[in-house]
Design a protein around this ligand. Structure first.
Ligand SMILES: Cc1ncc(COP(=O)(O)O)c(C=O)c1O
Length: 452
């Protein structure tokens, strides 16, 4: 399929400098009536009207190339016609059923079973957000192991509810709310650009994984035997951090050796984002519990869930409940989205286009004084901005300026990373080469415009 017909052909097109008058009015309304914790509309000040494919339109008629993708939700593209049709059909039938079976629910479970590893043969839908899937996964691990401690990784992001927030490393998110759930410990991730052990990629002996082994082995590490270790196969909010190939298999082995459950959080990386249906497939490992959300609802319909090994299915009815445990519209949309992904080889497209974009970014890095590192897999890419390539001093203000400059020229990007200095690209996977090239050119010009 030629994905170009899914997007606005004229994007990018800036008719009025954003935020234009229509956007300003809605932003003012929001500022006056909504809570001050609203954040995305501060970084990307505009009001949105429509989305098509890998492009969106604001209320002033400006068209943007969307490298933000609703925070890695819109994998099949805004307004994907096949998914919209399936969701619209369901809308007139039934929209809410808690966890009572429906044909739409069965279809989604069947389709998930077709793309999940055979060992993960139990599916469970909880509340509508990724955070809820993380809470459920932790509960499942705790109830199976009878243990309390948990290990997560520096640079992790697992959500905002108390348990998920406890597992999230960013202090800015949680320091006002401590203490959260007890006995959560953090160990370094394989973030090679800023290696916690000051080693160079390629010449290290995976000290970061070895350190985890040590923590689990040493009775004086101060860390009790955990209920689970939770990890992102590629870190998202931590700055699109891709560990070396051997890292995840090593973590899997360590978990097996120490009889600790492994939870892989695929909420951001899942559903073709990194060039495989799930990102752990790159490493050839299978977790004990897998969390999923974001792109599972196809066109942003809220749903989350987990898949796990049958042997863990020991908890009694009602152990994890909620009014919105699953969403019938999202089941229908999710099934159609999975069909679309498989039929149109979306993972392969993401992998190939991602490689091309990474090579363009690498060219930019070589020329630039402020792009310290570029990395990613599939269409989950990042450029880490620094004040000085030698000292690697982070440049968060520069990243914010680059995002603003991109926005003014018709490109939406996200910011993440330990120091909020990584410009992140998470476009809908139906992005075309042409839009990708235009987007990267805008990014490159924005870098030039922001450097003194
Ligand atoms: C890896 C990961 N886990 C969990 C979450 C939390 O999901 P939600 O924001 O839907 O609660 C996110 C959100 O960005 C995420 O990236």
């Amino acid at each position: 399929m030629d994905f170009s017909e899914l997007s606005f052909q004229d994007a990018p097109l800036i008719k009025v400098p954003p935020p234009g008058p229509g956007s300003r009015e809605l932003l003012d309304f929001q500022r006056t009536h909504e809570g001050s914790a609203v954040s995305y509309s501060r970084g990307l000040p505009m009001a949105l009207k429509r989305g098509r494919g890998a492009t969106v339109e604001d209320v002033d008629g400006n068209l943007y190339i969307d490298f933000f993708g609703g925070a890695a939700v819109m994998n099949v593209g805004h307004g994907n016609p096949e998914v919209v049709e399936a969701a619209s059909r369901q809308l007139g039938e039934l929209t809410h059923a808690l966890d009572i079976p429906t044909p739409a629910r069965r279809r989604l479970v069947e389709k998930l079973m077709m793309v999940l590893p055979a060992d993960l043969n139990r599916v469970f839908f909880g509340g509508p957000t990724g955070s809820d899937a993380v809470e459920a996964a932790v509960k499942l691990a705790k109830s199976n192991s009878g243990r309390v401690p948990l290990i997560a990784f520096e640079g992790s992001y697992h959500g905002m509810s108390s348990g998920a927030l406890a597992l999230t490393s960013g202090l800015g998110f949680k320091e006002d709310f401590l203490p959260l759930i007890p006995e959560v410990h953090f160990v370094p991730y394989a973030y090679c650009y800023r290696c916690a052990f000051q080693r160079e990629p390629g010449s290290c002996d995976l000290e970061c994984a070895k350190y985890l082994d040590h923590v689990l082995e040493d009775p004086h590490s101060g860390v009790g035997k955990p209920a689970a270790i939770i990890i992102e196969a590629i870190q998202g909010e931590g700055g699109s951090v891709v560990p070396p190939d051997e890292y995840l298999p090593e973590i899997r082995d360590i978990c097996k050796r120490h009889e600790v459950l492994l939870i892989l959080d695929e909420i951001q990386t899942g559903f073709c984002r990194t060039g495989k249906m799930f990102s752990f497939e790159h490493a050839g490992v299978v977790p004990d519990i897998l969390t999923m959300s974001k792109a599972l609802g196809g066109i942003g319909l809220p749903i989350s869930g987990m898949a796990y090994r049958e042997a863990l299915d020991t908890w009694p009815p009602g152990k994890h409940i909620g009014t919105f445990r699953g969403n019938v519209l999202a089941y229908a949309a999710g099934s159609a989205a999975l069909d679309f992904m498989v039929k149109h080889h979306l993972a392969d497209h993401a992998l190939e286009l991602g490689e091309t974009m990474l090579s363009w970014l690498e060219d930019i890095r070589k020329e630039s004084r402020i792009v310290g590192d570029v990395r990613g897999k599939g269409l989950m890419l990042g450029a880490e901005l620094v004040k000085d390539k030698a000292t690697k001093e982070p440049a968060p203000e520069l990243a914010r300026n680059v995002r603003a400059e991109c926005h003014r020229h018709g490109l939406l990007v996200e910011i993440g990373g330990h120091y909020d200095n990584v410009v992140r690209f998470l476009p809908p996977l139906v992005l075309t080469r042409d839009l990708a090239l235009k987007g990267i050119e805008i990014f490159e010009n924005a870098l030039r415009g922001c450097v003194l």
